[in-house]
Design a protein around this ligand. Structure first.
Ligand code: MN
Length: 316
């Protein structure tokens, strides 16, 4: 089986779509699993003996290269082989994980070799295109898909890159959604009703985010926002807030969060360290009340909020 293991970025989804099409044009069956550089070992359970594995937009886990090394070893232990690494993050890092990879000359004979981002290789799509175009199965449609991947990785979300971005972000944790989107766009540039719905859902999220952002209270070292009861993509919201309020070290959000000990989402206040804050800023110790979370994002229940905010004001 041809098995694609891809990171779920827009680049990853579009490059996978091109690969799915490539296989389908050749009459080969393939399966696809989306993952992240620091969770890819979880995909080992899908890999079967004899599989050809295609890694897409998957970088070496730079915080823990050993994790990636174990992943590669795991693939071999399954009796499978890596046939392509369509990735533009850091070729050197990959060469350290697989020293004999070379460029077609080493012990491994691969189909696609990792590259380091450059004008020639702006995306994983570009890496894939470079190696596969001209081969049986690659067509103009594949080229167009990977050109949208180039745009996405240059933050130009237009055309299909925009559609995939919105559809994926409508529920960023739902990996099955990415499989659906990649398979669909491997055959058609038109949205189907399901994808159109996801795009609409994301547009609702965006409208909520814009409303929340327009009501932010700026307190200098921290800012306060109210997202309670509103569907938002917290990662995107936080990124925008950090950009708009570079002096704020902490973002205080009235919202909800998943409480592991309660096994569900509960209303709470989240105290989040901004990416602009010093490395060692620990919100958990700044707020000094019981709650759940970790040093960079700590959540307290409503009854603890007043005290938590007073402590933040005193300690920040
Ligand atoms: Mn990429």
């Amino acid at each position: 089986m041809e098995r694609i293991i891809a990171v779920g970025s827009v680049d990853g989804v579009l490059t996978s779509a091109a690969l799915i099409r490539f296989f389908s044009n050749r009459g080969d069956a393939c399966e696809i699993h989306f993952t992240q550089a620091f969770t890819c070992q979880e995909t080992l359970e899908f890999i079967e003996a004899g599989d050809w594995v295609y890694l897409v937009d998957l970088a070496v886990n730079n915080r823990d290269p050993e994790y990636t090394r174990q992943f590669v070893k795991g693939i071999e232990d399954c009796g499978a082989a890596i046939y392509a690494i369509a990735d533009e993050h850091d070729a050197q890092a990959w060469n350290q994980i697989i020293p004999n990879m070379g460029n077609g000359e080493g012990e491994l004979a691969m189909m696609v070799y990792p590259q380091t981002r450059s004008e020639q290789y702006p995306s994983s799509g570009a890496v894939l295109r470079q190696y596969l175009s001209g081969l049986e199965g690659w067509d103009d449609y594949c080229t167009r898909l990977t050109q949208y991947a180039d745009l996405a990785d240059q933050a130009e979300f237009v055309g299909l890159a925009e559609v995939v971005n919105k559809a994926v972000k409508s529920n960023i944790r739902d990996q099955h959604r990415r499989v659906y989107i990649a398979k669909h766009f491997s055959q058609s540039f038109e949205m189907d009703p399901q994808i159109r719905q996801w795009v609409t859902d994301y547009e609702t999220l965006e409208a909520n985010m814009n409303e929340i952002l327009s009501n932010v209270v700026d307190r200098g070292k921290y800012i306060y926002l109210d997202s309670r009861g509103k569907d938002v993509d917290m990662t995107t919201l936080a990124t925008r807030v950090y950009r708009q309020y570079p002096d704020a070290l902490v973002v205080v959000a009235k919202g909800q969060a998943f409480d592991k000990t309660k096994g569900g989402v509960i209303p709470c206040y989240s105290f989040m360290a901004s990416t602009n804050a010093p490395e060692d800023l620990n919100v958990q110790s700044l707020v000094g009340v019981p709650g759940f979370g970790f040093a960079k994002k700590f959540n307290v229940e409503d009854e603890e909020f007043e005290e938590a905010l007073a402590n933040l004001n005193a300690n920040l």
